[in-house]
Design a protein around this ligand. Structure first.
Ligand code: PLP
Length: 459
């Protein structure tokens, strides 16, 4: 028995669905073809100014026409911000997830077991104890909110869940930290003034001596330091803070030690890169994304928390209509007890499929290739008299400038002409071209082309 919103003509719908799948696979098989980015044409923009339809009609043709007009991150010459390139595996996993249409807020059903498996894998990756907890979330921004709230509430013995944000609580991160940490302080009512931005060294890594001084000054002023976030892979340069030293300070000062590892902590899977994350296994919490350097299709982030009991105590809420029960209402604890969302889509399938289809060795070697490519690009830049490398090249991000032309003009031209999509950032007060390599499709030829085109556009 079909519902009124199911297809009347299943064979026709099936044919349409197969056509869309083919269009999607064509798009990914030919990800290197065409411009990296192009603006949405006027006729397509017009289609999205229509009034809310009262009657149904054809939907898929318009969506298929949209396929070439993404951000560009499936293309090998997308180097902007920090976007993963995705995989066809994720596309197929999303079909299965779509068919199940499961809500992963809780209860006893298949996808919840897949999420539990992913949590166990992540725990193992970072050598966290069995008692550690985790949650799949939209991205590192939300993961950070979950971690900071757990840290704040544990500090107050969970009284802050009733009484609100703790007065006088202060936290620390570096000047190079991502804005999501300040945003978490804002959203949680701690206020961004309560987050001290610690200066960095010449390699853009947090200065531990400055961290210690800031903590001392705050204690002397009668404030309560409770939290420090180190970054493993800063968004500007890929710098990795001295995590082990920060962990030692955090332990001595009884601070919650959080690591923002949005893309960088994925390097834990690589035998040759892992050592750069020394100290990460001492963290109280880690926030990171599967959708960045692990190329799970958007969106898929994760928060891992060492003290699983505190994590649950910071979020648990089980009103009568959600009481732990039997049969379908079993499966305690439910994911909803570990984060702010009750309705949760099925991100677990695409993450599980990525690891299962590719294995950690292939994922690690794609990262290692990007790190080697960063060095290759740095050498290409240094060999060009018109370009200036802005060191250091810590991991997978290369920043440089043109001696005569403006970085923003060059980057805009590269994007507008569909050649490549780097972004810009500001380092030591100077706007630079920033090339981020979290792209498993990029080749050395793409980097050579990029440098050639930057030189050409700068003339
Ligand atoms: C270091 C760092 N932290 C946090 C974030 C935010 O992650 P998300 O966009 O998944 O919320 C990013 C995004 O690029 C990042 O690079």
């Amino acid at each position: 028995m079909a519902g009124p919103l199911d297809p009347e003509d299943w064979p026709a719908f099936r044919a349409e669905a197969h056509k869309m799948l083919d269009a999607a696979l064509d798009r990914l098989q030919n990800a290197a073809d065409g411009p990296v980015w192009q603006p949405l044409p006027e006729d397509l923009k017009q289609r999205f100014t229509a009034p809310l339809p009262r009657k149904g009609g054809a939907a898929f043709e318009t969506l298929a026409a949209m396929l070439p007009y993404g951000v560009g991150n499936t293309h090998p010459r997308f180097f902007g911000w920090v976007h993963g390139a995705g995989t066809p595996t994720g596309l197929v996993a999303d079909i299965a997830a779509g068919a199940m249409n499961a809500n992963l807020g809780g209860r006893d059903h298949g996808a919840v077991y897949v999420e539990k498996q992913i949590t166990a894998w992540v725990r193992g990756m970072f050598d966290f104890p069995e008692t550690a907890s985790g949650l799949i979330v939209s991205g590192t921004s939300l993961a950070t909110i979950v971690a900071v709230k757990t840290a704040r509430d544990r500090r107050s013995g969970f009284a802050s869940r009733k009484t609100g944000a703790g007065q006088g609580l202060v936290g620390y991160t570096s000047e190079q930290a991502h804005g999501c940490i300040a945003r978490a302080f804002d959203i949680l009512g701690l206020g961004t003034d309560a987050l001290r931005l610690i200066p960095v060294d010449d390699s853009f890594r947090m200065d531990p001596a400055a961290l210690q001084s800031a903590i001392d000054a705050d204690r002397a002023a009668g404030l309560t330091p409770f939290f420090v976030a180190g970054t493993a892979g800063t968004v500007n340069t890929g710098a990795i803070d001295p995590l082990d030293t920060i962990a030692t300070i955090a332990a001595r000062e009884t601070l919650w030690f959080h690591v923002d590892g949005a893309f960088g902590v994925s390097a834990i899977l690589s035998d040759t890169l892992r050592h750069r994350l020394n100290g990460i296994t001492r963290a109280d919490s880690i926030a990171f994304d599967f959708h960045k350097w692990l190329h799970v299709n958007y969106d898929a982030g994760f928060v891992l928390i060492r003290d699983g009991e505190s994590h649950r105590a910071a979020f648990t809420l089980r009103p009568d209509y959600l009481k732990q029960g039997r049969a379908l209402a079993a499966g305690n604890p439910w994911p909803v007890e570990y984060g702010p969302e009750l309705s949760r889509g099925n991100r677990a399938f695409k993450i599980w499929a990525q690891f299962t289809a590719h294995g950690t060795e292939a994922l690690a070697s794609a990262m290692e290739r990007n790190v080697a490519q960063a060095q290759t690009l740095a050498a290409l830049v240094e060999a060009e008299p018109s370009l200036t490398l802005v060191p250091p090249v810590s991991l997978n991000i290369v920043c440089f400038s043109h001696r005569r032309a403006n970085a923003e003009d060059i980057v805009a031209a590269l994007q507008q002409q569909g050649i490549a999509a780097p972004s810009t950032t500001v380092l030591d007060g100077r706007t630079v071209i920033r090339v981020n390599l979290t792209n498993h499709r990029t080749t050395e030829a793409d980097l050579e082309l990029l440098v050639r085109e930057v030189v050409r556009l700068g003339v």
